[in-house]
Write a protein that binds this ligand. Sequence first.
Ligand code: SF4
Length: 366
Amino acid sequence: MIEKTDAVYIHIPFCNYICSYCDFCKVFYNKEYVNRYLEVLDKEIKSKYKGECITSLYIGGGTPSSLSLCELEKLFSILKIFKLSKDCEITIEANPDSLSLDKIKLLKKYDINRVSLGVETINSKLQDVLERRTSKDSVISCINNLKEEGITNINVDLIYAIKGETIEDLKEDLTFLLSLDVPHISTYSLIIEDNTKLKIKGIKNIDKSIDRDMYDMISSILKNNNYIHYEISNFSKEGYQSKHNLKYWNNCEYYGFGVGASGYIDNIRYTNTRSITNYINGKTILDKEIVTIKDKMFYEVMLNLRTNKGIDKEIFKYKYKTNIDDIFNYKELVNSNILEEDNRYLRVCEDYFYVLDEIICKIMVK
Ligand code: SF4
């Protein structure tokens, strides 16, 4: 089975501040490190990229917008090596406070056509918990600037289920996000990860039943405002689904470059080192996992079921030369109305999105 790799993820680990919940691969912005980092990133890309046509390029972090204009220009010059399709989706993650008008103009100059903004919450009590400070005004002004410069494909991230958050608080955050009139909203229930400031402080996850109520409320409010709940945590207006994230959920192969990045090439899933010192010293890859056909089919099921479209049984058959029901035992879940099946697709009923992990555990290999 030969599939071409047409997606690229680039990790920029620098941040102007460190949030209390963050377990991403990140470091404080440091000018000297940025320069050395970009040099090594350039080398890594040149050593791995095999010249395929790329249809989605995603620059994540960290906070890529923490780089100065000059550094961003250097980054974008490095990325010129990629052969991009005409309709390539090029996304950059940004923080509204560090995405100045000059930087937006630079994004435009380098054909960046999608921006994902970390808004998370605009409630000051909750911002204290997250140790983030983004004012309503800076979000509004950043989005206005983006739209004025012609970048209208915008995502905003929302974090909910924060200690001390009420349903009313969440409603206010959602009302604010809706007022921004952006085509994509990603929502994340706060999980207290190990090695985060929140964990060290002994903060606990919010009660499960409140988390569930919040999830249901988000889904219902966003759907009432014409957003499609197209993936467990993601909502978009028609035609604005994230092409890049769909590559992951469709179990496609992709390059991952940069510290802490992971990739999936030629049936190998690899993870780069999370140590910026090791990365800068050229010790790039930390771990490799060979993906067998069995693993691949399991990833396919696990990832496809995250989306409202579900598993395309014809594509499954085309890729693996076998019917999905010859491999997986799932009919009982269909009979219990947990999964929906028609001639072409197998998907999770939306009411069960919230407990997807439990459902996946019940889909047994025959
Ligand atoms: S959450 Fe984002 S902005 Fe905050 S420290 Fe982590 S990567 Fe940086």
